[in-house]
Design a protein around this ligand. Structure first.
Ligand SMILES: *Cc1c(COP(=O)(O)O)cnc(C)c1O
Length: 413
């Protein structure tokens, strides 16, 4: 069996990873969702509605852009960017949010719940719920709720009820527990919209299906532009959805090399990072078996990254399988290099990549000079950088922006 058949399958096991470790009461709910999903993707009407929304609502296909200046500067391989940052809402997350909203509608669900840490997933979920007229509740750890105010504001503008969760250490983990409790109490009318290729079966397979359009487009676009296929694919890895989206279509093409880039934070020798393959170990958490950063008691460890979207202690089970089988190689980028890569891309191509995506750029900057000018790297720019205004201005210690903020404060009071 090829990798593609393994990664989207009904039983949700990927080598020794994946599965469905959930309370008994959730089993029939997950079974229904799985059955609906696998029947939907065989239904021509469903597939054509999805394709139409990809095109007309979120703006697919996204460009595949030859970063000629960056390629010339680095003096090696030809670098191409798949620009998911140009999608509606600014990142690839809308691909699987749209797909799951269609599944929820098909199941007659009236209510969608989600959890979010940095708020990006909450915002993409809020967007599709507004469009499809679904009631939406987003759980956020109380700490995240206050520090991610801009996203909370936008979610509320879209009609979402955002609920701060005051249990535990008031972050993503606690929000996930609150969402699961909600699902258990309202199983009939609720769809739990999960934001990456993690969680219990069928979420990893389902979100991979909705993201694989990225690589499918790349295959046609790179062929049209260069008459050949890429030598390397590079993507950042939080949960793993944008990486699998880019990689999936090429997994059974042996000549295409793939690199996933984790968040190296302040360095992988300490504990302020989120590189699960550098110091993580196999475990079961949040409904699935995979690699997790764990503390001595086996609890999920706290993580750090300059990018909120890569800052998760676990990684998707399919990604763990691709690591274990050797099909995909993994590396990491530290915060300091991420900021420099973000600036180099902006200054050479006029494109601000998200902090998450800038991890992929950092790897490209290392890789390209080791290759020949007739070789091709495609990296996924999973999102655009506007959302990171506050992070980047703080990181670069921009005085003018600080003054601007204090003026705003005085003018609003
Ligand atoms: C959320 C996010 C990620 C990380 O999630 P994956 O599931 O690993 O793709 C990466 N890039 C951007 C722009 C994001 O918003």
């Amino acid at each position: 069996m090829g990798y593609r058949d393994v990664l989207i399958n009904r039983d949700g096991h990927f080598g020794k990873f994946g599965g469905r470790y959930v309370p008994e009461v959730l089993v029939p709910i997950m079974d229904d969702l799985r059955d609906e999903f696998f029947s939907a993707i065989k239904d021509d009407d469903f597939v054509s509605e999805l394709r139409s929304l990809y095109r007309h609502y979120i703006g697919r296909p996204t460009p595949l852009y030859h970063c000629k200046n960056l390629s010339d500067t680095l003096g090696g391989a030809q670098i191409y960017m798949k620009n998911e940052g140009l999608l509606h809402t600014g990142a690839h997350k809308i691909n699987h949010c749209l797909g799951q909203a269609l599944i929820a509608k098909r199941m007659g669900k009236k209510r969608v719940i989600a959890e979010t840490g940095a708020g990006q997933h909450g915002l993409a979920t809020a967007t599709v719920c507004a469009k499809f007229g679904l009631d939406c509740i987003v759980y956020m750890g109380a700490k995240d709720y206050s520090r991610q105010r801009p996203n909370v504001f936008w979610m509320e503008q879209l009609g979402v009820t955002v609920i701060p969760v005051t249990d535990g250490d008031q972050t993503l983990r606690d929000a996930i527990n609150a969402a699961l409790r909600d699902l258990i109490s309202h199983p009939e009318e609720t769809h739990y919209l999960l934001g990456t290729v993690c969680g219990p079966n069928p979420y990893p397979a389902m979100n991979t299906y909705f993201q694989k359009i990225i690589g499918e487009e790349v295959r046609d676009q790179i062929l049209a532009q260069t008459k050949t296929q890429p030598d390397y694919l590079v993507a950042c890895v939080g949960g793993g959805s944008n990486a699998l989206g880019l990689f999936y279509d090429f997994l059974d093409d042996d000549q295409v090399n793939m690199i996933g880039v984790e968040a190296g934070g302040k360095g992988v020798s300490g504990d302020e990072h989120a590189a699960r393959f550098e110091g993580g170990s196999v475990g079961v958490a949040e409904g699935f078996k995979s690699y997790f950063l764990q503390d001595a008691d086996g609890q999920l460890a706290s993580t750090h990254s300059i990018s909120a979207g890569l800052d998760y202690a676990g990684v998707g089970p399919q990604i763990a399988h691709l690591k274990e089988s050797g099909r995909v190689k993994f590396s990491f980028a530290v915060d300091e290099d991420v900021i420099k890569s973000y600036q180099l891309l902006a200054q050479s191509e006029g494109i601000f990549a998200a902090m998450e995506s800038s991890h992929a750029v950092a790897e490209v900057i290392k890789l390209a000079p080791t290759l020949n000018p007739d070789q091709i790297i495609v990296f996924n720019c999973s999102g655009r950088g506007d959302k990171d205004l506050f992070i980047v201005t703080r990181e670069l210690e921009d005085e003018g922006f600080k003054n601007f903020l204090s003026e705003q404060v005085s003018s609003q009071s």
